[in-house]
Write a protein that binds this ligand. Sequence first.
Ligand SMILES: Cc1cc2nc3c(=O)[nH]c(=O)nc-3n(C[C@H](O)[C@H](O)[C@H](O)COP(=O)(O)OP(=O)(O)OC[C@H]3O[C@@H](n4cnc5c(N)ncnc54)[C@H](O)[C@@H]3O)c2cc1C
Length: 370
Amino acid sequence: MATANGHGLQSLRQEVLEAGLCTYCGACSGLCPYLRPFQGRIAVLDPCPVVQGRCYSFCPRTGLDMDALTQALHGTGYDGSPLGPVRRVLMARSRDPEVLAHAQYGGVVTTLVCLALDEGLVQGAVLTRSQGGIPQGVVATRREEVLQCAGSHYLASPTLEALNRLSPRTVPVAVVGTPCQMLALAKMRLSPLAQRSNIGKVSLTIGLFCTWALSHKFLEMLSTVASPERVRKTDVPPPPARVFEVHTEAGVVALPLDAVRAYIPPACTLCADMTAEMADLSVGSAEGVPGWNTVLVRTPRGETLVERAVARGLLAVDALPQANLEHLTESAQVKKRRALQNLAQRSGRPTDFLYLRLSREVAGRLLGTP
Ligand SMILES: Cc1cc2nc3c(=O)[nH]c(=O)nc-3n(C[C@H](O)[C@H](O)[C@H](O)COP(=O)(O)OP(=O)(O)OC[C@H]3O[C@@H](n4cnc5c(N)ncnc54)[C@H](O)[C@@H]3O)c2cc1C
């Protein structure tokens, strides 16, 4: 497992920020005066003299020992299975019309966060809210605030900065985020500098499926069809549609997906996790079943929460169609293989995956090589 020994801002700058590996998750910001999220990248304001930096230690793009991280959260080693450790797979949908009116798909995430707040399991939730088209982390403590965060903001968001800036009174919290953000939380948990983080205050993690996010330069393209303030929702409908939908009060504009994909940051092409394997539960779309979510329940804590939501009549659940599970599994597997290929190409060595540490056996299996 990578430790923080001898690695500070200088190493983060060389290995991650300048190398195009940064996912803009926010794990390094809000901790010190030297790093600030700015227009989709982490700006370094000044050199920092600290030699064992939390910024380096918490970053999901420095020394990611998948075996140690998986063992710590799930009690099992990392075997490279496409979806990661899963206790239960299901399809779910909120029964709350107000949640459904705000949510991206079935509103499972918003429903579970509201339930956790309502039952006092958490005092707040670190969520993502878009203002003027720019997403950022916020701490929601009331249902209205959770509803304001509903929906998917496809721009990468430095959400974890809000966890780093958490008020000492708001404990414990839930965190909702993308796979790279869940990986950063998993790293914080194992970091020798964990005591100087807010990870001990996190009692629930809800991960989002994610194939890619978009760089903030995409706002230029978006502004050719709508001003960011007027966008109500954006969506990537399942194949065969190859479009990125922009919903406004005036209607829906479909941008060609290939043109939008030009704004995927290089860091996303180096990510091997599509389904947020380091979360208590992970939520994505249910392709071809509008208004429903796919839910992967990963930990006993995640399972208890879903069961409570069903018992209270907040969630409807059903079996995920087998074809959906097969397609999701295949997509997640492809994402892993491509990430490893891209990482090996970057390093110039077939078994060197830069920040990603895997056993030779697992890497071989993922790449389809002996
Ligand atoms: C960048 C991105 C890419 C995605 N790619 C896929 C994909 O390839 N396949 C798939 O099935 N699903 C993908 N999703 C997940 C999907 O869009 C929904 O978020 C998920 O299905 C939950 O739906 P819901 O109706 O329960 O969400 P809601 O109840 O509407 O809740 C959505 C939650 O997402 C959080 N959120 C929104 N934007 C961000 C962001 N940029 N960073 C971190 N958190 C955010 C909000 O805090 C909110 O709580 C992606 C989401 C994002 C943000």
